[in-house]
Design a protein around this ligand. Sequence first.
Ligand code: DGT
Ligand code: CA
Ligand code: CA
Ligand code: ZN
Length: 575
Amino acid sequence: MPRKKITNKQIIDIFREIALHLRAEDVAFKPRAYEVAAEGIAGLSDELTDLYKECGTKCIDDIPGVGKDLSAKIEELLTTGKLDYYDQLKKKYPFDMLDISRIQDVGPKTVFKLYRVLKVKTVADVERAAKQNKIAAIPGMGKKSQDKILRGIEYLKGDAGRRIIHDVLPFARGLVDKLKEIPSTIHIDIAGSLRRRKETIGDIDLIATTSKPKELVRVFKALREVDQVLEEGPNKLMVRYVNGLQGDLLVLHPDEYGATLVHFTGSREHNILLRERAKRKHMKLSEHGLFKGKARITSRTEEQVYKHLGLQFIPPEIRVGADEVEVADKKKIPTLIPYDSLKGDLQVQTDWSDGTGSIEEMVHAAREHGLSYMAVTDHTKGLTIAHGLDEKRLRQQGREIDRLNKKLRGFTVLKSTECDVLKDGRLDLSDSTLKTLDIVSISVHSNTSMSKVDMTERIIRALKHPLVNILFHPTGRVVARRDAYELNMSRVIRACREYHVALEVNGSARLDLHEAHIRQSIEEGVNLVINSDAHDPSHFQNLEYGIAQARRGWATAADILNTKPLKGFLAALKK
Ligand code: DGT
Ligand code: CA
Ligand code: CA
Ligand code: ZN
């Protein structure tokens, strides 16, 4: 009998914490399995307890990325409310591994060390220890690390409560789908930062119109995703969801839907620009509608609102309050790259290194995502933690890809690599090996705290290499977790143009390039690609976030090389 209902969020946190412990102990492969399963669960719109009630173990096995071993652990959590393995772990290591390791550059091993030496159990303990200069005194840490940790803690505080979009969008779509099923619902849309596809989301904003407001509110409150109603007004509800996020639901009149959707999509800064513009045209724009004097100007759709204001339609992703209104005034907003327009993915890891899927499994998943080509980019030997490939295994993999391509119809696997850029800018593989590949992609994974000048020189040296085609996750940042390394991006971008190297827009939790650099790259005429950085068959969904990121950087389909079919793509990539 279940002792208490366990939420998806709790299971996710337990798995993520276990993964960190396993990483601290250098256990191979297993940590990844826990992380992938946690991501799979994060993508569910239903609570596992409910799913389990409906269809038992089968529903658990259906979660993307969950294998046999972990499926049994999930079942244990669902039926008993706890996990013996985890409880043992916590008894032995009673500190907040998950929280402390959220501090930038504090890996699981450092957390262990801090606990062993200082007996710190929480982020607050770590902060106190740092302020008392105790971390600087630990051998191998020093004042620099201590300052970094303090900065990291500040960073965390600033971002508290926000979630990465990957964990929020699938959940919100689940809500929308359920509210759409009510026959009296006319519109139901995601608004706010989530509609703008920001990297992190503070709360989920939903707006709806309906012929039966009471019915909508009743159904919404009864959804199993809704944990608690925090506030209830005549047309507005504020709730807490089972995943810990807050959300607003607004129920509106259909005549002003366009104006209200504009308002609640934001951003605040964009809204201010629109309002100023309305004023100059002797109109008034608010959440209640668009008015000229006392007269309401019909604004059923957002398109109508922008049109009345004499503006070209502005896609939500670029409503940031910068120059978008000015550009829309001149009708110069480009057609942003459409979702679902990618034909290939140039960064896919497999079980040859730290991925969970075989090459064939990844091909299968890529096809299901509508792709017709994919590059296999396992890590190289420098990255021992990810079981990087040496020359011999890479050639062996090449032969397997040849065999596979002979079998495949309408799909091509490209031989590639995520070749590590060494500390001095040389590459981790020999030229003779790189020559056997279709595409050479490179990235930085180690020695990331170099000076800005050194890091820039290091990367530019690698870009100069005549065989290099793509620079992966160029700045090293991970959203809400890790800052970019010190880097002169303007110089990197110019070097990419000079040496004809494409920059990656990475759709995983990295979301690296930053949108400002995407825009800058496009202006400088640098080629871009959007990749999933998949480490599991379920990760091709990252492509959507990569596209969102590219749209936020004003990219059109023409700016993104992998919108082209294979032949055109390879021709454009070629030196
Ligand atoms: P978040 O939730 O922090 O990720 O960011 P948003 O943009 O979703 O912010 P939120 O949820 O507070 O409000 C949703 C939208 O509603 C926001 O983008 C613009 C609009 N809005 C809300 N409050 C205000 C306000 O006080 N002034 C203006 N101009 N707009 C507002
Ligand atoms: Ca919001
Ligand atoms: Ca809100
Ligand atoms: Zn990897």
